[in-house]
Unconditional design. Structure first.
Lengths: 300, 300
DNA sequence: CCATGTGGATACCGAATACGTATTAATAGC
DNA sequence: GCTATTAATACGTATTCGGTATCCACATGG
């Protein structure tokens, strides 16, 4: 069966006349006869009752007419949807995220992006760095948000933001902190690191920074994730250094002190396939870059 | 666009490889290339991203794939529906009805028929005889139920049932009636006829019967329809002779006396187009004939 | 660096299919 | 019976399709 036959069929059904249908379709009458016949043969269904003054649909023809119209309409819709998708107006974006960027930055970026592209559906997947990279390779996600990605073939890691850091202390830790004496807290309280896995990671970064600053803290605990770490802080196990976005939220039993000295040390990256030419992904990346510029001086 | 192109497109999308898709479709690889290219040109959409190790869908291709699958599936559904309709298993029947046959006979017949043909949808239209005939000619209905149709070109009137008749008297009309003395009521109470229009009609039939029986009643009223007539009876204006099926229902203020002498005088007919070869109609007519035989002795 | 392999595109040819013109067949109305 | 209308058929031509062979691009491995 071919669409040509359906087009002819619908035309004849509408005109109830082979010749008039042929005129409407700008062909001669015999092709109509032949294509309809072919369609009937292939379906093993008689679609028209031919009479001397026209042709009318059989009940089978009436039933099939609905489907034929549906099919032709679906073709039109499909073409339009394909074109809209090509222009990047509709479609889906699968987004992987992990860790603290999802606390503030990702919602901000995606809210902006969604507003600019209402036809796009965004799906979010909480995936570890490793899972993100696998999902990228199999095409399950288009982009990942996180930190400290390893380089890999065909995957492009783009550093999109430098976040500041904050000291996170037990609420009842009374010492006054300023940007000159923040190192000294670690002589009084041990350090809690996170996360425990997926190296290189934020924990390595913190240790590197402290080493650079000449601090050699006692490590009380390496927590699985930031929530576990914050709970350790809350119960007084130690202190943490966290990305600023964490301070935007309310956490029981902890207080934050933003560190001007570390206002630019916490990288946030995106990762995507170099070979992915999807306009949706490109739009999102472009939107992220725009966001970067417009909020370069905004405290995160 | 042709369905061939959609079939090729779906195959390539599934295999993510032109050559493998060709194998699956039992054709060589070049035709795939050409048809896909044609499809892309016609849609002005790039459907695949060709790489050195296969081809993958663009986002536009992904969007269109859904539609292409829908279309091909709809084709399959359409063929099946067409075949089922040809076998008379599915479809619609538009039925015109008028007057008293709809009180009992029509529901009985249609209940039976619907039970035998659950896939058929039955639509009922209350139409006068004239309206039924017009609707038959324009194809709006397939069959009409009623009485006293006029013959007309291409319309076939089939007499399917002879109903008995009953005398309908005011509830407080105390005279004892039996089948020997029923004529005599019209010397005590006038006759009410119905309907007023659409001749020849039931009123003409009643007058003919009474004339045959040698009765010359006073006609008190010619009511538009049976309900109006029954109300006249209830308020005591006169008496009626009605088809037996009317007696099956409860009517305020009237009583019925079935007349054995007129147990076969009230014809019920169907009307349909001679040239209508729809299997649904044929099935219904067949079902009616069957109903006729099986209930030949059943009191209606 | 070249050899090799894979996947898709192109060129060309023969076959299948579609269309157009002319004609025929069937039927209804006069 | 004649005519008009409508669908079907016959046949020649044009288009389209698919097959074979080949080419091109690119990645991989020595």
């Amino acid at each position: 069966m071919e669409l040509r036959q359906l087009r002819y069929f619908v035309a004849v059904a509408e005109e109830r006349n082979f010749g008039l249908a042929a005129q409407k379709l700008n062909v001669s009458q015999p092709p109509i006869t032949r294509q309809i016949k072919k369609l009937e043969d292939e379906m093993s269904v008689v679609l028209f009752k031919r009479t001397s003054k026209g042709s009318e649909l059989t009940s089978a023809g009436q039933a099939f007419l609905e489907d034929a119209r549906k099919i032709l309409n679906q073709v039109k819709i499909g073409v339009e949807r394909g074109q809209a998708a090509q222009r990047g107006e509709i479609g889906t974006l699968e987004i992987g995220y992990f860790g603290t960027p999802s606390y503030l930055l990702l919602p901000k970026i995606l809210k902006l992006f969604k507003g600019e592209n209402p036809g796009l559906e965004l799906y979010l997947h909480r995936l570890s760095k490793k899972e993100q990279m696998d999902a990228l390779k199999t095409g399950q996600i288009h982009i990942g948000f996180g930190r400290y990605y390893n380089q890999e073939h065909d995957l492009c890691v783009e550093h999109i933001f430098n976040e500041g850091m904050a000291l996170c202390l037990p609420a009842d830790f009374s010492m006054e902190i300023d940007n000159s004496n923040w190192h000294s807290v670690f002589s009084q309280i041990p350090l809690i690191l996170f996360p425990a896995s997926g190296r290189p990671n934020f924990a390595d970064e913190i240790l590197a920074i402290l080493k650079r600053e000449g601090v050699d803290p006692e490590v009380a605990n390496v927590s699985e994730d930031i929530r576990a770490g914050l709970m350790q802080v809350a119960i007084g196990t130690g202190a943490m250094i966290v990305p600023n976005s964490v301070t935007e939220m309310r956490w029981f039993g902890v207080r934050f002190v933003k560190l001007a000295a570390l206002s630019d040390d916490c990288p946030i990256s995106i990762i995507y396939r170099k070979s992915d030419t999807s306009p949706h992904l490109r739009k999102l990346i472009h939107s992220i870059q725009h966001f970067q510029e417009s909020s370069a001086k905004i405290e995160i």
